[in-house]
Design a protein around this ligand. Structure first.
Ligand SMILES: [Zn+2]
Length: 71
């Protein structure tokens, strides 16, 4: 334990959810906490973040728009 607590050795990464009409959201891989910025440590579970993964959801959203307009 010590001053860092039990989460000291936890590591994770951000999954960047990019949206067409909303701001990007970064999701913690450990606790799935959504954050607005890719912090060095998750503000919720305090996991140390190694990298971030880009998950462009706007591609799905574009396909949905296509489906609407090409109907
Ligand atoms: Zn977390």
């Amino acid at each position: 334990m010590g001053i860092f607590g039990k989460n000291h050795n936890k590591t994770g990464y951000w999954t960047q959810h990019a949206h067409l009409f909303k701001g990007d959201i970064y999701e913690c891989s450990v606790c799935h906490n959504p954050a607005k910025k890719p912090y060095k440590n998750c503000p919720k579970c305090n996991a140390r973040m190694k990298r971030s993964k880009y998950d462009p959801q706007w591609i799905d959203e574009l396909e949905m728009l296509d489906a609407i307009f090409c109907d």
